[in-house]
Design a protein around this ligand. Structure first.
Ligand SMILES: *Cc1c(COP(=O)(O)O)cnc(C)c1O
Ligand SMILES: [Zn+2]
Length: 415
């Protein structure tokens, strides 16, 4: 059972029932799901959570009501791994990687889609839709396929081929828009008004969708043995993930489920699309939109919906936001792979490069614990690395050639 009580405006506090709405009638502020944490206290316990399934739904009591049963491909409960080799390279004492490459469709988006489509089905919608930079489209199409729903996913037409294929393979309708994500999003807001029975996961279902990201915080705390980490590095596109990771830690603390204080949060952006890092560095509250130009397509949102809330969360506890060039993103995809055996998409490169930048800048404390969220699998952005990750040597099928190549690569001593 869920302890959610309904929706509440983030700006003016007006409350609404848990129905199909996403902005406030009075001030147009975004709505957020509310819970009766008083009632949950003592009922939602470490033991009750540990008895749940190995998916995000072990935290179902602190997620929106999914109706009869959740729409579930098994999102979440991904590994949290101690990264000693990467920590040594970066010169930090205690580093953990939340490996969200290991989700059903290879990105953290499965968490938010499982929650959004569960609420959509409870509310009587029959078609799944979204505006996407790629990963969301894939996840929406897969979850819709699994429940036999039609899907309409809308993406920039020039996305990576691998991302388009991953969205299209599930048989839904994929619309490629000649424009960037911000154009896609504008179009989808118009479509929402025309098609009231379509559940756009990240638009008219956004209050429910966003809650899925809290499970990252819940899992990190539980996997650390019911304690909070000191510092968390989060990739930022619209900013939904970062703001809800913060909410997740707050709810666990309020329920008395974890030891430790709320962690300091750090954002990670690509320099080619860093409107939030820029606003943070300038010390302003208004996020000025930017035209994205980066290989980190999954984070390429130039006009982030949750920008001001991200700035609040970063400033609340002395955080900061990284901004890293494409060369460093590629370099850090390789660094993560070579040191820890994890192949991440470009967003993962942004997270690791930002972590390194923020440690060097002194914003991240080397001696306190750090968790970095690796949010998507490298197979999604294979195009980014195919030219640099190649065979070491091409040889004829002869022993002499093989031995010569092994000597060249210093795997055997030169004779
Ligand atoms: C969507 C996405 C994010 C974060 O997106 P927000 O809009 O900020 O919630 C991070 N990493 C990957 C790989 C994504 O696809
Ligand atoms: Zn309001």
């Amino acid at each position: 059972m869920s302890f959610s009580t309904g929706l509440k405006c983030r700006e003016c506090g007006t409350t609404y029932p848990a129905d199909a709405r996403y902005s406030c009638d009075f001030c147009f502020g975004p709505l957020e799901v509310e819970y009766d944490l008083e009632a949950a206290r003592g009922v939602v316990t470490r033991a009750s959570i540990e008895a749940g399934p190995n998916s995000i739904w072990r935290y179902g009591a602190l997620l929106p009501d999914p109706g009869v049963e959740p729409v579930d491909l098994g999102a979440g409960w991904t590994p949290l791994r101690r990264a000693t080799r990467l920590a040594e390279v970066l010169g930090v004492r205690e580093l953990w990687l939340k490996d969200d490459t290991r989700n059903p469709t290879g990105s953290f988006k499965d968490r938010v889609v499982s929650v959004a489509l569960s609420s959509a089905r409870r509310l009587g919608f029959t078609t799944a839709a979204c505006a996407s930079t790629g990963n969301l489209a894939t996840s929406v199409a897969a979850h819709a396929a699994a429940i036999g729903w039609p899907s309409v996913t809308i993406i920039p037409s020039d996305l990576e081929k691998s991302k388009i294929a991953m969205a299209a393979i599930f048989g839904g309708t994929v619309l490629g828009v000649e424009g960037n994500y911000d154009d896609v999003n504008r179009l989808c807001i118009e479509l929402v008004a025309e098609h009231e029975d379509w559940a756009f996961a990240n638009i008219n279902l956004r209050p429910y969708y966003a809650e899925g990201s809290k499970t990252l915080a819940f899992e990190i705390a539980e996997q650390l043995g019911w304690r909070t980490p000191d510092q968390v590095v989060v990739p930022v596109a619209s900013g939904s993930q970062l703001t809800k990771v913060a909410k997740g830690f707050r709810e666990f603390i309020e329920l008395g489920l974890v030891d430790g204080a709320a962690p300091t949060l750090f954002g990670a952006q690509a320099s080619g699309c860093s409107p939030i890092a820029t606003a943070f560095a300038d010390g302003v509250d208004v996020v000025t939109p930017q035209r994205p130009n980066t290989i980190a397509r999954s984070l390429a949102i130039g006009n982030p919906a949750d920008g001001p809330y991200v700035l609040d969360e970063l400033r609340a506890r002395g955080g900061d936001c990284g901004s890293v060039p494409d060369e460093e993103i590629l370099e850090c995809i390789g660094l993560l792979a070579r040191t820890e055996g994890i192949f991440a998409e470009t967003a993962g490169g942004v997270t690791i490069a930002s972590l390194r930048q923020l440690v060097e800048r002194g914003s991240i404390d080397r001696d306190k614990s750090i968790v970095a969220i690796i949010s998507g699998h490298g197979l999604k952005t294979l195009d980014a690395v195919v030219d640099s990750a190649t065979v070491s040597s091409t040889i004829s099928p002869s022993l002499a050639d093989a031995e010569a190549a092994l000597r060249f690569h210093q795997l055997v001593a030169a004779s």
